[in-house]
Design a protein. Structure first.
Length: 196
């Protein structure tokens, strides 16, 4: 599975059929780029169109590219394989019909929505877009210095795409995940110290 589309990935999937998930500008740019290398790009899009999520020029380029197949109202429901990806299964959100395709490359370009509604009422501060704010002092943090990945609730940390100001790349989330381990150890160590 890939989370970006560079010349390296293009070479890996040359002359192969691939699946690309997403309906935003990043997905559109990747589909157009990969269509120059892959035999076929199967674009899986949860929504019923691209007009509300993609620039018009990209839509026109995609529509003019014969080896890009658009599958609207569709979502990936299964991945199969032993040591590597061998098959992708998707389902129509309208009919419920499932299809399977033997492929070894899946590109994921989904997720400008932080899906943080479940945090409502727990004290974790969100920005206007619904992303989790980290590294900011709050009434709960009192006078202590707040680590960069800690939320407004002491001891609760956020990393990756859901974090306000993150780079929205898998590599960034991996680095933040490693960084937060040290921050958690520090927080737990401070909690274990007796109060003076």
């Amino acid at each position: 599975m890939w989370y970006w589309a560079s010349p390296i990935e293009a070479r890996v999937c040359a002359e192969q059929e691939i699946v690309l998930v997403g309906g935003g500008n990043s997905a559109g740019q990747a589909a157009v780029f990969l269509s120059g290398h892959a035999r076929r790009v199967n674009m899986v899009i949860r929504g019923g169109g691209l007009g509300s999520s993609m620039s018009r020029y990209l839509i026109e380029r995609i529509e003019a590219t014969p080896n890009i197949e658009l599958m609207f109202n569709t979502e990936v429901v299964g991945l199969d394989g032993d040591a590597a990806l061998e098959r992708v299964r998707w389902r129509s959100r309208l009919s419920g019909e499932e299809s399977t395709l033997d492929v070894s490359n899946l590109f994921l370009f989904a997720g400008a929505d932080p899906a943080t509604g479940w945090l409502e009422g727990c004290g974790v501060m969100l920005d206007r877009g619904g992303f989790v704010v980290t590294g900011q002092p709050s009434a709960q943090s009192q006078s202590r210095q707040v680590p960069p990945l800690e939320t407004s609730v002491p001891g609760v940390f956020a990393v990756g795409d859901v974090r306000s100001g993150s780079v929205k790349r898998v590599g960034g989330a991996i680095g933040e995940g490693a960084q937060v381990v040290a921050a958690l150890h520090g927080f737990l160590g401070d909690m274990a110290k007796p109060a003076l």
